[in-house]
Write a protein that binds this ligand. Structure first.
Ligand SMILES: NC(=O)C1=CN([C@@H]2O[C@H](COP(=O)(O)OP(=O)(O)OC[C@H]3O[C@@H](n4cnc5c(N)ncnc54)[C@H](O)[C@@H]3O)[C@@H](O)[C@H]2O)C=CC1
Ligand SMILES: CC(C)CC(=O)C(=O)O
Ligand SMILES: [Mg+2]
Length: 384
């Protein structure tokens, strides 16, 4: 597992070399998924037209949509299609309709299966505060201005996958249990990704755990310490208990550069970090493994409370597409164009409801119009 020196992080991916035509699997999923997918397609199409290359987007089923059609939240044919693509772009899954299904027939099981079967053990969740959105955060301007944190979340272990698990009747009452479990090798590989990410960013890595109470966290701390001190000598490593980290992220987030943590702590802390940025609808992510295509997905869920109302913010998915261009498709310049276009749209004062402030003088738009606005900017950009 050798870090690639020329990459902004150790993707360790079989990233394809730059070419004219790419195949990408598109997983629209549930809730706001189809809406943000449509908006992202419009933006991507403008980009590929402008830059003269092709991304062949082929849809596949995941989540509730797959349950409804195939009685399986991640059918084998979807997995095969993903594995055969250059990359995968996912919207989001889940919804009330499937909440009472047996566990194996819930949308979330499809998402977990996809991550496990594709070996996507590292999830990179950048929370970078854009100057245009400083006032969209519920926190004070001086707290969030300039924040740039990368959460490196382990994605295929922890309580989400540990066994034994279940709900049994013991001594006449129901008892529910899951197992928080990590092997040394699982910790080692995520620590190497985090060390590489940190060394290519600000050089500071904070490992978050609960080693004061949990044995699994003690092992986490021991292995992370060994990997970083032995093999990433330029990285300054610190450790923090997760309860304190949750508080420090709000108190003074600028103390963090790169954070590494297990699956559940990373899930929670990254949603928290989204409010530094202003909205969960702004947070992209990259899910990567040691080989094969990555999956690029917003951090948020299917937002059933606003689904079908053209209110969703598509920028997290559009920024996830930018991460895909950069890390999986060898198109860093085009990724930068998409990111620049998002900022230009925000500069124009265009806002979906989640990032609109009362009296800010900005124009309120829906999901569709936001996607089109990004596409319009891309179409008007000069090529270098
Ligand atoms: N990766 C995925 O597909 C994920 C799926 N889920 C699933 O999503 C469903 C809903 O879960 P929640 O806990 O409500 O989390 P959620 O992330 O879907 O929504 C939380 C809040 O953020 C808002 N929000 C989320 N994305 C937004 C966007 N792009 N634009 C504007 N507002 C946005 C929602 O309206 C809601 O108020 C559940 O079934 C859950 O299991 C949850 C998290 C991740
Ligand atoms: C539905 C969960 C399994 C996923 C989640 O919350 C996430 O990946 O952020
Ligand atoms: Mg989550």
């Amino acid at each position: 597992f050798v870090p690639a020196a020329n990459k902004p992080f150790n993707s360790a991916l079989n990233a394809v070399s730059k070419k004219d035509t790419y195949s990408v699997t598109l997983l629209p999923g549930d809730g706001i998924g189809p809406e943000i997918t449509a908006a992202t397609k419009v933006a991507l199409e403008a980009l590929t037209t402008k830059c003269g290359f092709t991304i062949e987007l082929k849809e596949a089923l995941i989540g509730g949509a797959a349950i409804d059609e195939k009685n399986d939240p991640f059918p084998q044919e979807s997995l095969d299609q993903c594995l055969g693509s250059d990359s995968v772009l996912l919207a989001c899954i889940g919804g009330y309709k499937w909440d009472n299904n047996p566990r194996e027939l819930r949308p979330e099981s499809g998402l977990l299966k996809m991550r496990k079967e594709m070996g996507l053990f590292a999830n990179l969740r950048p929370a970078k505060v854009l100057p245009q959105l400083i006032d969209a955060s519920t926190l004070k301007r001086e707290v969030v201005e300039g924040v740039d944190v990368m959460v490196v979340r382990e994605l295929t272990g922890d309580v989400y996958f540990g066994t034994p698990k279940g709900i049994d009747v013991i001594d006449g009452q129901r008892v529910g249990y899951n197992n928080m479990i990590y092997s040394e090798s699982e910790i080692d590989r995520i620590a190497r990704v985090a060390g590489d990410v940190a060394s290519k960013r600000g050089g500071k890595l904070c490992s978050v755990d609960k080693a004061n109470v949990l044995d699994v966290s003690q092992l986490w701390r021991d292995v992370v310490t060994q990997v970083i001190t032995d093999d990433f000598k330029d990285v300054e490593l610190s450790h923090m208990y997760v309860d304190n980290a949750a508080m420090q992220l709000i108190r003074w987030p600028k103390q963090f550069d790169t954070i590494v943590c297990g699956n559940i702590f990373g899930d929670i802390l990254s949603d928290e970090a989204s409010m530094l940025v202003g909205s969960l609808g702004m947070l992209p992510s990259a899910s990567i493994g040691e080989s094969g295509p990555g999956v690029f997905e917003p951090c948020h869920g299917s937002a059933p409370d606003i689904a079908g109302e053209d209110k969703a913010n598509p920028l997290a998915m559009i920024l996830s597409a930018a991460m895909m261009l950069k890390y999986d498709l060898d198109r860093p310049a085009e990724a930068q164009m998409l990111e620049d276009a998002v900022e230009a749209v925000l500069d124009q004062g265009i806002r979906t409801p989640d990032i609109k402030q009362e009296g800010d003088g900005c124009k309120l738009v829906g999901c569709k119009e936001m996607g089109q606005a990004v596409a319009d900017v891309v179409a008007s950009m000069a090529l270098n």
